[in-house]
Design a protein around this ligand. Structure first.
Ligand SMILES: Nc1nc2c(ncn2[C@@H]2O[C@H](COP(=O)(O)OP(=O)(O)OP(=O)(O)O)[C@@H](O)[C@H]2O)c(=O)[nH]1
Length: 437
């Protein structure tokens, strides 16, 4: 579960509060954070410090890298990925989104703050769009900081925020339900978009709603923890060839420890694996999943694998583990269907350069052929166009600055979808149709 939203929306605080409510943080540690945050003049950030463990993050009061924790709810083991909200760290947020099945979009209800984070320069819309483009189909929108709305816990403010966010999420492809259906059992379980009023800082409606909180006079829905427990697990491609993209790589005395997510297939201790694109064979001498005990892992699991027999200096984040009998393809030219966004300032032409983000890989790429303008179903409207404007769908050939592990979307969804960015803005999202020699 990736937690996204504009900078300072309260993502880390809400996740810190979740960990406190679930008993993952001792009183001693909590008091230590409270004391140290106060001493640094950042008293209100003490809960965020549970997630933001890096000194630089604490000094600046911003999340820089994706923080990962595990929690067990009533029916699920959830890996929390707390993504940075600041626009400078969007590539990190993208890597978090790539590793997620579901998302929590945090929006602040404070006067003026919601408005600035939801307008075009705010990160709320870009984050929502990115998670959808990267394969997330279910989102809980945490309408946060309602304790600081004017008046506090104002139902009108909550409904107004819902009325702004829901149509946008529907427009970008989430199946949002009609408000009237929210109270039916079926809709509650299968809606792709659900809203929860909450205060990460006070903890109100995170695990429970106090009877003396004004929210209890008008809200009858789920707490935040109930809402995330209702996420449905995404289908797992357990029978497809094994793929694991390494997001972190650390040499240790016992071998190279790589962490990441098993995108497809299964992996267990003792398996021989091929490390691509370098082509080295290694042994998975230890496999751990979800911060738990060693044991076999399957598609969807967040895993930590100790590899022996591989040269750590040749591995980079984005290296992919697979089995030698079904190696992951490596390519530097691909044919793709891209959908350009309103943020694309200048139409695409041959030679247009981007930064392409695919799983953990950020790489420069350029348009080497404009094949056709299409409709969203992929039917050709105009062959060999001279340019692709914003808001269009097209088939293009992209050439990357080096070969990477990539697959056709029809073969492996996770390795076949990407986003294109220019000058710090997401300008297009795409699916790989073919790999070219
Ligand atoms: N009043 C109020 N303040 C909150 C709440 N949640 C967070 N804040 C405050 O908002 C500020 C930012 O909180 P963070 O949790 O660091 O926000 P973030 O979204 O994780 O920030 P980045 O990760 O840097 O994007 C801090 O001062 C928090 O105390 C809330 O529910 N109510």
């Amino acid at each position: 579960m990736v937690v996204v939203g504009h900078v300072d929306a309260g993502k880390s605080t809400l996740m810190g509060q979740v960990l406190v409510k679930m008993g993952h943080v001792s009183q001693r540690v909590l008091h230590k954070h409270e004391r140290e945050a106060r001493e640094q003049g950042k008293a209100s950030f003490y809960l965020a410090w549970i997630m933001d463990e890096d000194e630089e993050e604490r000094a600046h009061g911003v999340t820089i890298d994706v923080a990962q924790k595990h929690v067990v709810t009533e029916t699920k083991l959830i890996t929390l990925l707390d993504a940075p909200g600041h626009r400078d760290f969007i590539p990190k947020m993208i890597s978090g989104a790539c590793a997620a099945d579901v998302a929590v979009l945090v929006v602040p209800a404070t006067p003026g703050e919601f408005e600035s984070c939801f307008e075009s320069s705010g990160q709320t819309k870009e984050h929502a769009l990115l998670v959808k483009a990267l394969g997330v189909n279910q989102v809980v929108v945490a309408v946060n900081k309602l304790d600081a709305a004017v008046p506090p816990w104002d139902e009108g403010r909550y409904e107004a925020i819902k009325a702004s966010v829901e149509p946008f999420l529907r427009q970008i492809g989430f199946k949002a339900g009609k408000a009237i259906a929210v109270y039916s059992y079926v809709a509650r379980h299968f809606l792709q978009v659900r809203f929860v009023p909450v205060s990460g800082l006070s903890g109100e409606n995170v695990a429970a709603l106090s009877s003396d909180c004004p929210l209890s006079t008008w809200y009858r829905g789920d707490t935040f923890l109930q809402a995330i427990d209702r996420f449905t697990a995404a289908p797992r491609a357990v029978l497809k060839p094994m793929r694991m993209v390494c997001s972190d790589i650390a040499p240790t005395g016992k071998g190279v420890v790589v962490s990441g997510r098993l995108l497809q297939g299964r992996l267990q201790q003792g398996n021989r694996v091929l490390v691509m694109p370098i082509g080295d064979l290694a042994t998975a001498s230890r496999v751990e999943k979800g911060g738990a005990q060693p044991g076999p892992a399957r598609a969807g699991d967040s895993v930590e694998v100790t590899l022996t027999g591989v040269d750590v200096t040749r591995m980079v984040p984005g290296s992919c583990l697979c089995k030698a009998r079904s190696p992951v393809p490596v390519a530097e030219k691909l044919e793709a269907q891209v959908a350009t966004l309103d943020a694309l300032a200048v139409p695409l032409i041959r030679g247009t350069e981007f930064l392409l983000h695919l799983q953990g890989v950020d790489i420069t790429a350029h348009v080497s052929k404009l094949i056709a303008l299409t409709n969203s179903a992929g039917t050709v409207i105009k062959a060999r166009p001279r340019c692709v404007p914003s808001g269009a769908t097209a088939h293009v050939q992209l050439t990357l600055s080096r070969p990477i592990c990539v697959e056709r979307y029809s073969d492996c969804r996770a390795l076949g979808r990407f986003v294109l960015r220019q000058k710090g803005q997401t300008v297009a999202v795409g699916l790989v149709l073919e790999l070219k020699a």
